[in-house]
Design a protein around this ligand. Structure first.
Ligand code: BES
Ligand code: ZN
Length: 400
């Protein structure tokens, strides 16, 4: 009897969990969209931003319809955890519409040791990591492969930094919908002046396709290219033997594709722990080189900080021969928006002008065969140079 009761309760809880409501923030939510989506409720709307309540069983369909509606992609942010904490709907909508614009330009010195570090970037090492990520088949935040991918990235980060003092690898869980599936991974390299606000470099580890249950979601460009970039950056930081005055955090976010879920939990964890941050970079899709573009690296001008973006432009132009342009997503298209929303300065170097990006994203054909390693390496070099300049490198002292 007791066993039957336990089974009944377990099934009941699962059913309740499967049918729970998720709260999604997005831009203009049109009435015809609401009708198409089925059960949903507009909770609050102001200034072109809407908060919608959708049963979890509808989120996949919601994402698909929002994508179709906005032709290419259309972002939404899952803020269920904020509502559960008792945050008001109006405040969340207001914050999304008008985040604080903090940040300042950093001096870019042009430093010989930073140039040495940039020259240590290895095409082969980068490509091997990217191939391993692609070969996993899927890194979805909702299946066992996504959990395995997290463990693999965590293992690589730990192995690459073995023997380095002041390094910590830790994880940030997302909410129960993703629990035991995929957590975000953070590698913290403590600076010699730990009271200085830190530098954060991020990418998202998860993948998705329009067939959500598929195990063919290779996500080579979106965002294997950014995830591999962080590991290659880490390898170079170690090889250089340098220290940095600022603390540097490398973050592989979970569940970006489900509404920037992992990154919102990471930002909350940083705020809760009182970890100060001056600069956030997001690397999401850096491997596709469009022949239709004149420039090489495109800096996003929306949901980003202008002063930090200008600093990044100067870093790129000082240490690489990449030509820099600008573009915009038009919506909260990746994890930088989670930081931006909470008032942190973020910048995003992107592979192409928005309309010329890799059209294979979110398909089973998002593979390395159409990627250009030389293009991706421009971004890895930019990342290394940014850490050297803004993180304030201290070259290793010669041993006597
Ligand atoms: N990598 C994509 C989109 C993207 C495009 C990021 C341009 C950065 C610059 C990202 O993973 C993605 O698919 N985002 C979603 C929105 C997200 C909130 C679910 C999208 O574009 O629909
Ligand atoms: Zn994506």
């Amino acid at each position: 009897m007791k066993a039957i009761l336990i089974v009944f309760l377990a099934v009941f809880c699962l059913a309740v969990q499967a049918d729970e409501d998720r709260y999604l923030l997005l831009g203009d939510f049109l009435p015809e969209l609401a009708r198409e989506i089925g059960p949903n409720e507009l909770v609050y709307a102001e200034g072109g931003v809407s908060l919608v309540r959708v049963p979890v069983s509808q989120v996949e369909q919601f994402s698909r319809i929002v994508h179709d509606h906005y032709k290419a992609c259309g972002g939404f942010m899952d803020v269920t955890h904020e509502i559960r904490k008792g945050r008001s709907a109006a405040r969340l909508v207001w914050e999304y519409a008008d985040p604080k614009d903090s940040g300042f330009e950093f001096a870019v010195r042009g430093d010989a040791f930073v140039a040495d570090m940039v020259s240590m970037v290895s095409k082969d090492a980068y490509w091997n990591v990217l191939k391993s990520l692609e070969a996993m088949g899927s890194r979805s935040a909702t299946n066992a492969k996504g959990a395995a991918a997290q463990k693999w990235i965590q293992g690589q980060a730990t192995e690459l930094t073995s023997g380095m003092p002041n390094v910590r690898v830790w994880t940030v869980e997302t909410d129960h919908f993703f629990a035991n599936k995929q957590a975000s991974v953070v590698l913290t390299l403590e600076g010699t002046q730990p009271n200085l606000p830190a530098v954060v470099l991020g990418a998202h580890m998860d993948t998705i396709t329009q067939s959500f249950t598929s195990d063919k979601q290779p996500g080579a460009d979106d965002d294997g290219s950014g995830s591999a970039l962080l590991l290659e950056t880490l390898r170079v930081l170690k090889q250089s033997g340098a220290k940095f005055e600022r603390t540097v955090h490398l973050v592989w976010y979970a569940a970006e594709e489900w509404g920037l879920v992992g990154s919102q939990f990471v930002v909350d964890a940083f705020v809760d722990k009182g970890l100060a941050v001056d600069a956030v970079l997001q690397f999401d899709m850096v491997g596709y080189n469009s022949s239709a573009d004149d420039d090489n690296i495109y800096l996003l001008t929306d949901y980003t900080n202008p002063a930090l973006t200008e600093t990044l432009r100067r870093v790129i132009e000082t240490y690489t021969d990449a030509k820099v342009g600008t573009t915009e997503c038009g919506y909260a298209c990746s994890d930088h928006a989670s930081w931006h929303k909470k008032g942190f300065a973020a910048a995003v170097p992107f592979e192409a002008s928005f309309s010329n990006m890799n059209g294979r994203l979110h398909t089973q054909n998002d593979k390395t065969d159409v990627l250009d390693v030389d293009h991706a390496i421009r971004f890895v070099k930019s990342a290394v140079a940014f850490v050297g300049e803004v993180g304030r490198v201290l070259p290793p002292q010669p041993k006597h």
